[in-house]
Design a binder for this molecule. Structure first.
Ligand code: ATR
Length: 287
């Protein structure tokens, strides 16, 4: 890639950041488009988040992605927060327009687009389940609850108090029935029996503990229950294998990663990037 004096800088901040897939993904898109941008990773420690965000103005950096653990902390350092980011309570994208910083959340778009594209449904099931109650769960619950056709989202979490707090917030924001539940086998049997889509947002099964799965009993999985696992490393999780073994469709988080990145790229540059190229760049890292 050809970085010049005129190149506009994009990047990602996080802690840790050295293993991020975002530079591969965005630089592949920049190369394919032949446009004058470059994308770098910045390690930012939690006590320097304010300085890092203010640095965007000083260095005239066009845009940033924000990853763990800074998605909440950056919110107090931007000038404006989009409706979605406000609803989710997290910012994963900052856009610098002449020193004016707007915080966005493209995870919401990413999960909806991934489900539409790879799962192949444009009408979501009335009854959906979210596993987990962290930041990713908030984005997914908001995304599902914002769909007209979705009537109920059940949020199952190991720490049920977190599910209760998330459900209360999202019920207010979306106006849908958001039901908090514990993550245990009897609840799984009951909740999975009524649902057609499960989205895993827990970190269970993520590299390096790839043998783990948040599924408590494979017998609770019917062939008409779809799994979207937001975990993308490994590309196929243990939970996905368990669903497939029951004849149920299962999809991994790679597409959500690509679509949230593509949306960020479009916000910064106004250009729709080639998502197939971005996906291949990430897959290449696993080769
Ligand atoms: P993120 O912001 O990426 O969603 P997080 O806030 O750390 O990350 O949330 C991780 C989620 O995975 C939580 O729902 C967590 O459950 P708790 O709220 O009970 O901690 C869930 N999780 C992590 N390890 C788990 C495990 N071994 N079993 C079940 N759930 C787990």
């Amino acid at each position: 890639m050809n970085i010049k004096a005129s190149s506009q800088v994009l990047g990602v901040i996080g802690d840790p950041i050295a293993h991020s897939f975002s530079p591969d993904m965005h630089n592949a898109a920049i190369d394919a488009l032949g446009v004058d941008f470059c994308y770098v990773a910045f390690h930012v420690s939690p006590d320097r988040v304010g300085e890092a965000v203010n640095g965007l103005r000083g260095l005239e950096i066009l845009g940033l992605n924000v990853t763990i653990p800074h998605k909440l902390a950056v919110m107090e350092h931007v000038d404006r927060i989009s409706e979605e980011a406000l609803a989710v309570g997290a910012v994963n994208t900052i856009h610098n327009e002449d020193g004016n910083l707007t915080g966005h959340n493209t995870d919401v778009y990413g999960v909806v687009k991934a489900i539409e594209r790879v799962v192949g449904v444009t009408t979501f099931p009335e009854n959906c389940v979210v596993l987990g109650a962290g930041g990713a769960a908030r984005a997914v619950t908001y995304a599902l609850g914002s769909r007209d056709e979705v009537k109920q989202v059940t949020v199952m979490n190991r720490t049920v108090e977190r599910a209760e707090s998330l459900a209360a917030d999202m019920e207010k924001i979306t106006g849908k029935r958001i039901v908090p539940e514990a993550l245990d086998a009897p609840t799984e049997a009951r909740v999975f029996g009524d649902a057609r889509l499960v989205v895993n947002t827990t970190s269970v099964g993520m590299h390096p503990k790839t043998d783990a799965s948040p599924l408590l009993d494979p017998a609770h999985v019917r062939p008409d229950l779809i799994l979207y696992d937001t975990v993308f490393n490994p590309l196929e999780t243990q939970m996905m294998r368990e669903f497939k073994a029951q004849g149920a469709p299962a999809f991994g988080g790679l597409d959500m990663l690509v679509f949230q990145g593509a949306r960020s790229f479009e916000i910064w540059t106004g250009i729709e990037p080639p998502t197939d190229v971005m996906k291949q760049a990430v897959v290449g890292r696993f080769a």
